[in-house]
Design a protein around this ligand. Structure first.
Ligand code: FES
Ligand code: FES
Length: 163
């Protein structure tokens, strides 16, 4: 079996994996990082979004071996070391951008990528960006509100340590 090595949430990890192991399985089953969810088997729901080399990726669409040598960030890597929520997480909480929370890790990771590249998105841009993330609970209104609030918070904050 091939050995894959990558940096996950700032830590170097190395494991033997079956070549067919998906990145999401690697994160959840090999590393125990179960904050990354699996909500479909059709690459549609976005619950599995993580960052690979700083870009959001649906981790069910990538093999673990394809992430060899790369830098991966999961939802577990977003809060500060002292547990302080990332501003995007805090905005979701404050704006009731979640109900059951199943979609939330993927939403947060996806939004982090959006706001890094577009710090002042319009409501329409937020809705378009989140087309790849499905939420069965909220009707999206509060998610969009949370993203706009997070954008504002991040524009006013010094660079966050996690991202
Ligand atoms: S589990 Fe990856 S898109 Fe649904
Ligand atoms: S909060 Fe339940 S799926 Fe989004």
């Amino acid at each position: 079996m091939p050995t894959v090595s990558m940096t996950v949430n700032g830590k170097a990890v190395s494991r033997e994996v079956e070549p067919r192991t998906l990145l999401v399985q690697f994160l959840r089953e090999h590393l125990g990082l179960t904050g990354t969810h699996v909500g479909c088997d059709t690459s549609q729901c976005g619950a599995c979004v993580v960052h690979v080399d700083g870009r959001s990726v649906k981790s069910c669409t990538m093999l673990a071996v394809q992430a060899d040598g790369r830098v991966v960030t999961t939802i577990e890597g977003m809060a500060a070391a002292d547990g302080t929520l990332h501003p995007i997480q805090a905005a979701f909480r404050e704006n009731h951008g979640l109900q059951c929370g199943f979609c939330t890790p993927g939403m947060v990771m996806s939004v982090a990528d959006l706001l890094k590249n577009n710090p002042s998105p319009t409501e329409r841009e937020v809705r378009e960006w989140l087309e790849g993330n499905i939420c069965r609970c909220t009707g999206y209104h509060n998610i969009v509100k949370a993203v706009l609030a997070a954008a504002e918070a991040l524009r006013g904050a010094p660079a966050h340590a996690a991202e």
